[in-house]
Design a protein around this ligand. Structure first.
Ligand code: XMP
Length: 329
């Protein structure tokens, strides 16, 4: 029958049969639910012949590297190498303002780092890793090519071009995609069976280019990234404290490349403006801006201005998708 316990056991068996008893597998962990669940499943199947890598691109949220590494290592015992490539990414992004150019640069740098990781691993093992794990979901594949006989409902699609095709095509790695017949809810269910922490399974989506598309314009300008991290953390923590996190599809702060005049104490200030974005959505294709109660908004706005140096104005984005997109860039 269609029971997740059976699916988990069957997938583990399929992975074992595919990889055999000798070969090695690599996996890039993004910090998201899909790659984490996929890696956990493969780890159950072949143990430490799985080699994961997590890249800190300098565009992660407040304490994100520490937090996801703790889940990978302490909760899931995944064999994972953390590569801090912040300086390299930020160097390449200096002066870049076009959102699509930012995405291209980030994609290219990532591939370079992943390649180097695979190469180092080959040196260490004395043989090439042959397989690559990807957390591709069913909705990611059906648009182009629905698996025959899968009996799935094709009207259920999400925009996925952001997530697919992000890894080197010339590496000749064979793909292992253990989630490719599952929807997001089913991946969460599978994650639960595999003991992935509940809070991790419920995390909001986060774009691959990270904070680069949330600092409008040049991300390396001044202390934009640090300011954004602090503001975002206050906003998200407040959403959790008010019990709203699971009601919202995605929430985040945006750093605007403008300054406004303010007054703090008896000092005039000329500081940064941030915007808060929260939306409800089913699949990210369309979204409604989220209506917070007054008490929440007063608390967040005051807390941000009082505790983040260099911010004197907080705005809220009250546009839905369409006409806006969820991200600002
Ligand atoms: P938009 O802004 O297009 O976003 O309404 C829809 C969903 O996609 C995410 N998003 C991205 N994810 N790489 C990603 O992996 C990207 O370049 C990217 N751009 C947007 C966005 O966060 C939302 O969940």
């Amino acid at each position: 029958g269609w029971k997740m316990e059976n699916i988990s056991d069957e997938e583990i068996k399929v992975i074992r049969d595919t990889v055999g008893a000798e070969d090695h597998v690599i996996c890039a962990l993004s910090g998201g639910v899909d790659s984490t669940v996929a890696a956990t499943l493969v780890h159950k199947a072949i143990g430490d012949r799985l080699h994961c890598v997590f890249v800190d691109n300098g565009l992660l949220r407040y304490k994100e590297r520490e937090r996801v590494m703790e889940t990978f290592e302490r909760d899931l015992h995944l064999p994972v190498t953390c590569i801090d490539a912040s300086e390299q990414f930020l160097r390449e992004l200096k002066g870049v303002v076009d959102p699509e150019v930012k995405r291209k640069i980030i994609g290219k740098e990532f591939i370079g780092i992943f390649d180097a990781f695979a190469h180092d691993l080959e040196q260490k093992l004395g043989k090439k890793p042959l397989y690559l794990v990807q957390g591709t979901l069913y909705p990611d594949v059906i648009e182009s090519c629905p698996p025959p006989g899968s009996g799935r409902n094709h009207s259920h699609t999400i925009k996925s071009h952001h997530n697919v095709g992000g890894l080197p095509k010339d590496m000749k790695l064979k793909l292992i995609e253990p989630l490719k017949l599952l929807f997001k809810d089913e991946v969460r269910h599978l994650g639960r069976i595999l003991n992935v922490p509940e809070a991790f399974l419920k995390r909001h989506p986060f774009p691959g280019p990270g904070l680069a598309v949330r600092v409008l314009g040049d991300v390396t300008e001044g202390n934009a990234l640090e300011v954004l991290r602090e503001v975002d953390e206050i906003f998200i923590q407040a959403i959790k404290d008010y019990g709203l996190y699971d009601l919202i599809w995605q929430a985040f702060a945006v750093f605007l490349p403008v300054k406004s005049v303010g007054v703090q104490g008896d000092q005039r200030t000329h500081s940064h403006v941030v915007s808060l974005r929260a939306v409800s959505s089913e699949d990210g294709m369309t979204a409604d801006w989220y209506y917070f109660e007054e008490k929440f908004l007063r608390y967040v706005s005051l807390k941000i201005c009082n505790s983040v140096r260099g911010v004197n104005r907080v705005t809220q984005d009250i546009t839905s998708k369409p006409p806006s997109t969820i991200e600002w860039e």
